[in-house]
Design a protein around this ligand. Structure first.
Ligand SMILES: [Zn+2]
Length: 267
């Protein structure tokens, strides 16, 4: 038994540069599983390679919803723009189809209405549903990113009959989070929970059997002035123990049970 970080980005440059340190810190903190989520074509390969180097790294293959359509997210993005014809979602889908058996989950995938303008939503949904079909066919759980499009994402998952789901960094209303939980989907809580009213509310109001921990590292840091890292799930365990009036061991056991129920293997 151990702790799992179900949503990390260890291949992003900030993390890749210090990977040995991050893995050592995670092991020291009792983290036994880090699900590293891919976001783009090149990243899928990098995630696959990293999982071969470190036993505790489990690969999730996918395409970040912002990467499925031609938008420029921010200055440090890939620099891709609408003129860049070399961008091919189909090639990424083919790669994922060919390698999906090596994958622990399909992620991160979903819908984003924050960075993606409405005129591209239909295209974004097409890629999302194609990825869901791949997950269904291969019987893999999915790890969902949804921003400003939570309801539509929920609808599509229901229409497709997708049951093994983790909602990563859920930013919608608590009422919808409860409906999501009623459907048996899991919600992963980031390491900045202590600083967040909504994640605190989720930890206290949602069924405990559907809670998992994540970091989204290097993002969503528990402390100002540094990046998050997988070891930070230990801080969420401590915070959750306070909220649940439980011991840290009890929290860890509960979370490990949840993980095992979803993935069919212990963390
Ligand atoms: Zn992410």
């Amino acid at each position: 038994m151990g702790l799992a970080d179900v949503h990390a980005h260890l291949t992003l440059p900030q993390n890749a540069a210090i990977i040995d340190e991050l893995i050592a810190n995670a092991e020291k903190a009792g983290v036994t599983t880090i699900i590293t989520n891919a976001i783009s074509a090149a990243d899928n390969r990098a995630v696959s390679d990293l999982a071969e180097r470190f036993a505790l790294v489990k690969p999730a293959f996918g395409i970040h919803p912002v990467e499925t359509v031609p938008v420029d997210r921010h200055s440090d993005s890939t620099g891709r723009d609408e003129q860049n014809s070399s961008f091919s979602v189909d090639a990424v889908l083919d790669w994922i189809r060919d390698n999906i058996e090596k994958g622990f989950a399909v992620g991160e995938i979903g819908l984003d209405g924050h960075w993606v303008p409405e005129r591209l939503w239909e295209k974004q949904e097409q890629v999302f549903t194609a990825l869901l079909d791949l997950a269904l066919e291969a019987e893999k759980p999915v790890i969902i990113h949804s921003r400003k499009r939570e309801r539509r994402t929920f609808e599509i998952l229901a229409e497709k009959g997708i049951k093994r789901v983790i909602w990563h960094c859920f930013g919608g209303k608590l009422k919808l989070a409860k409906r999501i939980a009623e459907r048996g989907h899991y919600l992963s809580i980031p390491a900045n929970a202590r600083r967040s009213k909504s994640f605190t509310a989720m930890l206290t109001s949602l069924p405990r059997e559907l809670i998992l921990f994540e970091t989204d590292c290097p993002y969503l840091s528990p402390e100002r002035g540094r990046n998050s890292q997988p070891a930070d799930v230990a801080l969420t365990r401590a915070y959750t123990a306070e909220l649940w009036s439980a011991s840290e061991t009890e929290v860890e056991e509960r979370l490990a049970e949840n993980f095992t129920r979803l993935f069919g293997v212990e963390p």
